[in-house]
Design a protein around this ligand. Structure first.
Ligand code: SAH
Ligand code: SF4
Length: 361
């Protein structure tokens, strides 16, 4: 299959043009058609000579994502399902302002972007990990989610969180290529500070990303303050236990000036004891990190439950009393299976692409 134009950097398009004997300024025009005018076909690039459009079509497909479904919710969170060229599915969630979570102004929109089809890390509570790993998304499929979300909603996306399906740091090369397109002046031109990568804790990749020159934010899916608790729910912790993870985060802090975020899903009877809260508070203080508490979103086929709101608040109070900035996430999109991976799981199960997940608990 031909490579996607939406996955090419301006430099790559320029070198294609050079080899094809075309003038260099065409690269800027092509970028503008793709990323600013958001065309849906190469033929729609009407200021390019017909011969150049034909040449482009011989070597590339445009690579726009095929949108198959939007699931809306009353709080205007919308979830988009896209079918990929190999008939797999991937999803993105457009979330209206959530100042409690991102500390942003109230008119901001955040897009939750997927980085892989499925996920190999198999966290016990997560829909994305349930059916295992299928494949990495390529740069056009990652950046294309932003392009399509803007097209479909008619709105500008202000913030990106790589918290959709997949483990972004397990697909770091493609992720960084996509980030080049997302932040590039000639493409989507979003500030790196508005991008947050979430990871379950791939220590070597955290260290590698710490060397990246852009000020991208990092969030860690911690979900347990000790190896005991983390080992029960996140197999990744067996490879990189808590102490190694925190060493890598210290290193991150030494290279970056953005505050780290520790994400902590509250699952009843699993990781929600107030002792865990106290240990979490100590870690967060040491790292100067803020904490996002997220009451667990139920996943079809899994028995985990969220604690009572009063208990979530008690957990939050332990952190606050220790001087840690801790937000309890306001509910957005619970009614549309907003825990990423769920919509795709339903679709692929219905189509018989994957088998219905087996209960893990
Ligand atoms: N693989 C990366 C990014 C994708 S998961 C990571 O693990 O960080 C994004 C976030 O959603 C993670 O914090 C993950 O733990 C959380 N998550 C997964 N399933 C969830 C659920 N059912 N309810 C609430 N949050 C969930
Ligand atoms: Fe993968 Fe993240 Fe889900 Fe864990 S929480 S299975 S790393 S997507």
């Amino acid at each position: 299959m031909l490579p996607a134009l939406t996955g090419q950097s301006q430099e790559q398009i320029s070198s294609f043009l050079k080899e094809a004997g075309e003038p260099a300024f065409r690269a800027g025009q092509i970028m503008e058609w793709i990323w600013k005018k958001k065309v849906t076909s190469i033929d729609a690039m009407t200021n390019l000579p017909a011969a150049l459009r034909a040449k482009l079509s011989e070597h590339f497909r445009l690579g726009a994502l095929e949108h198959t479904h939007t699931q809306g919710s009353h709080d205007t969170t919308r979830k988009f399902l896209f079918r990929l060229h190999d008939h797999r599915y991937v999803e993105s969630v457009l979330i209206p302002a959530n100042p409690a979570l991102y500390g942003e102004k109230s008119d901001r929109r955040t897009l939750c972007v997927s980085s892989q089809v499925g996920c190999a890390y198999g966290c016990r509570f997560c829909a994305s990990g349930l059916a295992g790993f299928t494949r990495n998304l390529d740069p056009s499929e990652i950046a294309g989610q932003v392009l399509s979300a803007e097209q479909l909603s008619g709105e500008r996306v202000d913030n990106l969180v790589f918290m959709g399906m997949g483990e972004p740091l397990a697909n770091l090369d493609n992720l960084l290529a996509a980030i080049g397109l997302i932040t590039g002046e000639k493409s989507l031109h979003l500030g790196a500070r508005h991008l947050t990568i979430s990871t379950s804790g791939l220590v070597p990749k955290i260290r590698q990303l710490a060397e990246h020159p852009q000020q991208i934010r990092l969030a860690i899916s911690l979900h347990g303050a000790t190896d005991d608790v983390r080992n029960q729910i996140m197999p990744v912790n067996k490879k990189w236990p808590v102490a190694e993870l925190f060493d890598a985060l210290d290193y991150w802090n030494s290279r970056k000036n953005q505050k780290l975020t520790l994400e902590y899903i509250l699952i009843q009877g699993v990781n929600d004891s107030l002792e865990q809260a106290a240990i979490l508070a100590r870690h967060a203080r040491k790292l100067h990190a803020k904490v996002n508490l997220i009451p667990y979103n139920t996943v079809e086929g899994l028995d985990w439950k969220r604690p009572a709101v009063s208990h979530c608040r008690a957990f939050q109070d332990v952190l606050k009393n220790a001087g840690v900035s801790a937000t309890l996430r306001l509910e957005k999109g619970h009614d549309i299976d907003a825990a990423c991976g769920q919509l795709r799981l339903k679709q692929e199960t219905q189509e018989g692409i994957i088998e219905a997940p087996v209960k893990q608990r």
